[in-house]
Write a protein that binds this ligand. Structure first.
Ligand SMILES: *Cc1c(COP(=O)(O)O)cnc(C)c1O
Length: 645
């Protein structure tokens, strides 16, 4: 069942494509050396040829070899992400194009902080942002005045910080403008109205301001810019800014209870404080829109503004997908009533799922076309969420997760690049907004706009080249994503058989239907009614999958991960149903006991494309369940109240 198109995509579980990678690597390393020699061929070698025979050189080489051997030996204890026996976290083998492009570029050492240090790879980073923008359904033509903009971050965490930072800049700017009051502009009537514009309205106000100042003389322009600058929240800080605007208070951030902990870090870092992060209830593992609506109503009543509502497109722990379409509909309705806020989609995990839904020209594929390729995927809710992505104000997506690229490649993408100018360090470099050359010229000074300073140009080359070799549509990159969904469907079916096989020994259920390629399994020893006992059993079981000094990770038969399911994410009805399927007594699920306030469950990320090896007629999914059955028996044979492993 492996799509044979995928064979050249990776080095492979067995290192099957080593010839290809080694050849590419040595060819291009040599190419790099020739480049060095040809920069100024008239310059003679600085390191004499006899140097390599000198004792200091030889001693250095010996030390180097020694340490590299030690490094190489110790790296053998690494997590075998490439293996079809690895079902743990959101990582798998690296795509060959990204790995080769990275190795090729590293010796040139470009620094994408600015074009001066990265004349080549900085453009690739801006293009990679546009590639992702198109995948998400954003305008991706830089000659459009409202073109999207994306760039690479160290990871999803930093992309989320940037999302909040941009949202705050856009939210607070209209107040600064009112305070500085250039009468030539049509401004909101009061601070409350100004603080509750949507990000799109703020961008458009900022754009008119830029146009207005561009018509002034240089001296006037400086005068007005300075007046606005000293009123901005970035200049005053929160205390002085809110003291000047008593009509408004620091805004809150809304995110589902399943949101990644980077959101908690982000509100702290931004100085908003953790109290300003409101976690929204879920129902059936998805953000509960009625819950969101009721939080919005009560915030409006108490005159609190919302900075941003976060929807998660592929939760870290469960792979579930929030109703992005419904969140956007609520945003639009409240905006019409003068209560605007931004919507950010955290698609760090799920972003690349969108490749399955894109034609090569970027259009959305019809539901029926996608549905035909699978048994149950996608649900109509998933399809609706994907179709809506382009309406979000900004998105986080991690090429280093479902993009199969090396670490150091998260991404932040915003729908309209013009707002980015508000983040610029050193004055407003006004976007003229109608010219592709201008778009690139601004963002080639990338360090001005982002949280990072120096950053890897090699990582940008890896992302760009990968997206060129495998465009982000269903016929190319999507093939890989398709394989992961097919594995998920196979895993889900096999899990049902496992449940039957274990009948009488174990109650097994998939606690919620997987939205993407992450499947959780809940397991409770038959006859046990107590949540705390089940949790201890699952921890014991998972102990069998963890590495230890005696048995390091690569020698483990299989690797999975464990997570906890909270009743707040499942909702009341689904929680009852799951407890019932597992044979648990609902009164033992107690929020006053941290060993029994949640359900510990096994978590499986099915990224590896070779889980079902048709060539050798091996299903690693079957083998996994056989292994799980064996280990269940061994854990059950131990008394449950002694901590296992
Ligand atoms: C992984 C993840 C993050 C954090 O990304 P890093 O790359 O680890 O910084 C944020 N949000 C979601 C939904 C994630 O899955």
């Amino acid at each position: 069942m492996v799509d044979s198109n995928l064979y050249p995509y990776f080095l492979g579980p067995y290192g099957e494509n080593d010839d290809l990678l080694i050849k590419l690597h040595t060819d291009f390393l040599r190419d790099h050396v020739y480049w060095r020699r040809n920069v100024h061929p008239e310059d003679p070698p600085a390191i004499p040829t006899r140097a390599a025979q000198q004792p200091e050189f030889l001693a250095f080489e010996a030390r180097l070899r020694h340490e590299l051997h030690a490094l190489s030996a110790s790296l053998k204890r690494s997590v075998p992400f490439h293996s079809p026996r690895y079902l743990g976290h959101m990582v798998s083998d690296l795509l060959l194009p990204g790995l080769a492009a990275l190795m090729l570029t590293i010796p040139y050492n470009p620094n994408n902080v600015t074009e001066e240090a990265a004349p080549v790879t900085i453009n690739m980073e801006i293009h990679a942002g546009l590639q992702l923008a198109q995948m998400l359904g954003y305008p991706a033509d830089p000659s459009r005045p409202d073109c999207a903009f994306g760039y690479l971050t160290s990871g999803g965490t930093l992309a989320n910080y940037q999302a909040l930072r941009l949202a705050l800049a856009l939210k607070a700017f209209p107040l600064a403008l009112r305070a500085a009051a250039p009468s030539a502009l049509d401004l909101p009537p009061d601070d409350w109205a100004a603080f509750n514009l949507t990000p799109a309205e703020s961008v458009s106000l900022f754009d008119s301001w830029c146009r207005w100042t561009s018509k002034l003389t240089p001296a006037e322009r400086r005068y007005w810019r300075d007046r606005v600058r000293v009123e901005r929240i970035e200049h005053l800080g929160h205390v002085a800014f809110f003291a000047r605007h008593p009509q408004v208070r620091p805004p809150v951030v809304l995110a589902p209870v399943t949101a990644h902990y980077s959101w908690s870090k982000a509100v702290k870092l931004l100085g908003l404080g953790r109290e300003q992060l409101i976690l929204l209830p879920e129902r059936g593992m998805r953000l509960d829109l009625e819950g969101l609506e009721s939080v919005l109503r009560s915030l409006r009543e108490s005159e609190r503004s919302v900075l941003q509502t976060v929807g998660v497109f592929g939760t870290t722990e469960f792979g579930t997908i929030d109703p992005i379409d419904g969140i956007l509909a609520l945003r639009d309705r409240h905006a019409r009533e003068g209560y605007g806020f931004g919507v950010h989609v955290d698609a760090a995990w799920g972003g690349y799922l969108a490749t399955l839904f894109r034609e090569s020209d970027g259009r959305l594929r019809p539901f029926a076309d996608v549905r035909r390729e699978f048994e149950t995927f996608p649900s109509e809710a998933t399809y609706a969420a994907i179709s809506a992505l382009g309406g979000a104000d900004s998105v986080t997506v991690d090429p280093h997760k479902l993009g199969y690229l090396p670490y150091g490649t998260g991404a932040f993408v915003c729908r309209d690049h013009r707002g980015m100018a508000l983040l610029a360090e050193e004055a407003d470099y006004v976007f003229s907004g109608s010219d592709e050359g201008d778009y690139f010229a601004h963002f080639r000074k990338l360090g001005r706009y982002i949280l990072e300073g120096s950053k890897s140009g090699a990582a940008a080359a890896a992302v760009y080249v990968t997206h060129r070799v495998l465009p982000l549509d269903h016929a190319h990159f999507g093939r890989l994503v398709r394989q992961t969904i097919l594995s998920t469907e196979a895993f889900t079916k096999r899990a049902a058989r496992f449940a039957e096989e274990m009948h009488g020994l174990l109650n097994v259920c998939i606690p919620y239907p997987p939205d993407s390629n992450l499947v959780c399994l809940a397991l409770n020893p038959a006859g046990n009614r107590d949540v705390a006992v089940m949790n201890q059993f699952v921890r014991g079981l998972h102990g069998e999958f963890r590495g230890s000094p005696e048995q390091p990770l690569p020698t483990r038969e299989f690797l999975n991960s464990v997570t906890s399911l909270h009743p707040q994410s499942l909702g009341e009805a689904d929680t009852r149903q799951v407890l019932d399927m597992l044979g648990l007594d609902p009164s033992t699920l107690r929020d006053d006991n941290d060993r029994a306030d949640r359900l510990m469950i096994l978590r499986h990320t099915l990224m590896n494309p070779f889980l079902i090896d048709t060539e050798n007629d091996i299903s690693y999914i079957d083998r996994y369940f056989e292994f799980l059955a064996r280990h269940t028996r061994s854990v059950l044979s131990r008394p449950l109240d002694t901590p296992a492993v």
